[in-house]
Design a protein around this ligand. Structure first.
Ligand SMILES: Cc1ncc(COP(=O)(O)O)c(C=O)c1O
Length: 417
């Protein structure tokens, strides 16, 4: 660990995507340079998509919203989020979400940080691989002990309900954190399997914190509404006693990462706790944007946006998979959700079969990817071995021309050897 010369500080490592972007910037990357293809950062394209609702480009600020927002969020937006979940997933069920089941915060990581700050002295399960930011998130708060659950590529990074139950009971887990669909593998738990997860949570009294930030990017077919959205909200029986906590927001599913707005949906008691955590951690989300976000949650608008996302991103997914295959890069499990391909480099000639060397060589071709080792979530660096050295994550979040440019760069790099 490097020493910090200013008294009192520890080193805060640049991990994951931050490291990647730092290295790319050192190599000359800038967000506005059209020669670069950023297939590293997990941002969806934010412009117009065919058949999507018009993008919001102007906003009036209500003078009342120059003040702080309530730390748990504006009631009107909280109720709108609750209505959306009830309408989308809970029609006909006696237990319905209300605004008291929803807390608003300033982006996904803030929502997750609030949750982590509110957890007690427990064993907290998390999967490997999973979202890079979980590593720091699970290390900063010392109250709970993070326990990794290793997913196997030979089973397509999936876990059976029996194996999951063994993990919960055998390791005494009081909570599990998981992204669904998963970043980086794109694996998805849906339908009956997701219902079994919710039942397991209820039966074993283990809280499942499900990060549903990519839940509108689903490629496993379409339902009668013309698009498919997956949420564990559909299987919750009692919204105030089932230990299911969902986090989502505008970052990916609405393609407004810059707005920094997210929500946590769960039992009222938990929402009060995360609001208390928010009152010392961050002080509440951006006030003016909360009012604007209400219109984005109109059912018709969500369905139109999701349909457009699934059409455009479905094509980009197919394109990336075909190009990678033609270059000898394997994909053990094609993504069912999200907008990443978890690419297996092991069949490439050395040194490109090593993710760090692949990443560095791709930077010379002005293309950014994320080395696999960053997804080996290792809170507190308690383990010395690093997994996923022969994997990298390639994002199909950017526009098609960027994907073409980036994949051309990767192809030149491989063929040039
Ligand atoms: C799985 C997952 N959850 C949450 C987020 C949250 O994003 P943000 O903090 O940018 O809203 C991301 C972003 O990459 C993600 O990949």
């Amino acid at each position: 660990m490097s020493q910090i010369s200013i008294p009192g500080f520890k080193s805060v490592p640049r991990t994951g995507v931050i490291y990647v972007m730092h290295k790319a910037t050192q190599q000359g990357f800038s967000y506005h340079d059209p020669e670069w293809a950023n297939l590293g950062q997990g941002s969806p394209e934010t412009g117009t998509l065919p058949e999507a609702p018009a993008r919001i480009s102007e906003m009036r600020i209500n003078p009342a919203h120059q003040a702080y927002a309530p730390v748990e969020g504006q009631i009107a937006l909280r109720q709108k989020v609750a209505d959306f979940y009830n309408q989308m997933y809970r029609q006909g069920k006696s237990s319905q979400y209300t605004y008291e089941n929803v807390g608003i915060s300033g982006g996904g990581r803030v929502a997750l940080t609030r949750l982590a700050a509110a957890l007690g002295n427990i064993n907290m399960g998390h999967f490997l691989p999973d979202y890079t930011a979980y590593e720091e998130l699970l290390s900063v708060f010392k109250a709970f002990i993070p326990i990794p659950i290793l997913l196997d590529p030979t089973t397509g990074y999936r876990i059976s309900i029996e194996a999951l139950e063994n993990e919960v009971l055998g390791r005494g887990l009081n909570a599990i954190l998981a992204s669904n669909p998963c970043n980086p593998t794109g694996q998805l738990v849906e339908g009956e399997e997701l219902q079994e997860w919710v039942e397991l949570a209820r039966r074993s009294q283990c809280t499942f914190i499900l990060d549903e930030f990519y839940s509108h990017y689903i490629y496993t077919g379409s339902n009668e509404r013309g698009c498919k959205i997956v949420s564990a909200a559909a299987y919750v029986e009692d919204v105030n006693s089932d230990p299911i906590i969902l986090v989502d927001g505008l970052t990916k599913n609405w393609r407004y990462p810059g707005w920094r707005l997210s929500w946590t949906v769960g039992p009222k008691e938990v929402i009060e706790l995360v609001a208390s955590a928010g009152s010392f951690l961050d002080g509440g989300a951006n006030n003016p944007f909360q009012q604007e976000a209400i219109s984005l949650l109109e059912m018709e608008s969500v369905l139109q946006e999701t349909k457009a996302i699934q059409q455009t991103f479905g094509k980009k997914r197919q394109y990336v998979l075909e190009r990678l295959e033609s270059m000898g890069i394997q994909v053990n499990s094609a993504p069912d959700g999200a907008f990443y391909v978890w690419a297996n480099l092991s069949q490439l000639p050395a040194p490109l079969n090593d993710c760090m060397r692949f990443f560095e060589a791709a930077l010379h071709e002005k293309t950014i990817v994320v080395p696999g080792i960053f997804f080996d979530v290792n809170p507190g660096k308690r383990r010395s071995n690093a997994r996923y050295q022969s994997y990298c994550r390639i994002s199909f979040g950017p526009e098609m021309e960027k994907l073409e440019r980036g994949l051309d760069g990767i192809e030149r790099m491989i063929r040039g050897r």
